[in-house]
Design a protein around this ligand. Sequence first.
Ligand SMILES: [Zn+2]
Length: 80
Amino acid sequence: MTLRDVMKYMESEYNIINNTPCEVCGDTYVTENFDIALIEDMTYDICECVCPNCGHEKIFEFHAPFIDEDDLKNLKKKLN
Ligand SMILES: [Zn+2]
């Protein structure tokens, strides 16, 4: 999978976040921090989100089986 495909996948994750209303006040979350984690050999996108209205925090985890180690390195490079 190319980096472009990965970015496309991440875009759809952002769509999910944008379409998830805050549990407390119903506002739209914004992404504060983004990370990729390896948990038991599985790759996960971890998105730390916060509600700009009431400050409620929510962590979105997306299973990302498409990211192999090379993609991960490229992605980290791009994010840094
Ligand atoms: Zn809120």
